[in-house]
Design a protein around this ligand. Structure first.
Ligand code: CA
Length: 241
């Protein structure tokens, strides 16, 4: 395998050592950070490709670590390891790309890491996509609304690209899960809904009414007809004296 460098942020030495050893046997390079502060330092200094992040950490809470990571490296894949259901939802809100409920089997961790790396790495399947004011550049993995860049995490980008690439179609939750997350270890969560809400909110904040509609009992659909025209009207402030 190509040289892939993982940062493992985990305060429990036994757990860290078990995971690290297993990953190194699979050919990954692993840097262990025993707390959140070190994890952030490693990511800022180095050539980290993916972060495995424990949530219960002694110094900076893992979810806050995730948010701070996003400020520096919005494109960096982050997977959180979580204990409780509430933590999972919080983990997703903080912008992680995937989560793994503890306790987990090593094989599952490995499969998820591979899936996450694959989808960040994979060659763009589509040319750039454009509907109304939204433009996705599949090669650069950027999203623009009326020309202004919208920061999307890898998962948010993939989700929007999948829905947009098949605009008008009602896509099932299973299909979205398989395509975007690359695995079907869905343990009965609202993973997709949380991410759809993220994307909707970011588009709305960028001034675009969300074209992602809920299809009851099925999943979601990107409705291109709901979008305004792409013509960006620069705001002209008229002097009213
Ligand atoms: Ca911990």
């Amino acid at each position: 395998m190509e040289d892939v460098h993982l940062a493992l942020v985990e305060d429990e030495p036994d757990v860290a050592s078990f995971i690290r050893q297993g990953l190194e046997e699979e050919g990954y390079r692993v840097t262990w950070a025993r707390n959140g502060r070190r994890g952030l330092e490693y990511v800022q200094q180095g050539d980290i490709d993916l972060v495995l992040l424990d949530v219960r950490l002694p110094d900076i809470d893992g979810l806050e670590v995730c948010e701070r990571l996003r400020l520096h490296r919005p494109d960096l894949p982050v997977m959180t390891a979580l204990d409780a259901v509430e933590d999972r939802v919080a983990g997703l809100r903080s912008g992680a790309d995937d989560y793994l409920p503890k306790p987990f089997a090593f094989d599952e961790l490995l499969a998820r890491i591979e899936a996450l790396l694959r989808r960040v790495d994979r060659a763009p399947r589509d040319r750039s996509l454009e509907h109304g004011p939204i433009q996705l550049d599949a090669a650069a993995r950027t999203c623009r609304v009326d020309g202004d860049e919208v920061d999307l995490t890898p998962t948010e980008f993939d989700l929007l690209a999948f829905l947009m690439g098949r605009s008008g179609e009602a896509l099932s939750r299973e299909a979205i899960h398989r395509e975007v997350w690359g695995h079907d270890f869905d343990r009965g969560t609202n993973l997709i809904d949380v991410y759809v809400n993220y994307v909707r909110r970011k588009l709305e904040e960028a001034g675009c009414p969300s074209p992602i509609e809920t299809v009851r009992g099925v999943g979601y659909r990107f409705d291109p007809e709901s979008l305004p025209d792409a013509t960006a009207t620069p705001e002209e402030t008229e002097e009213s004296s």
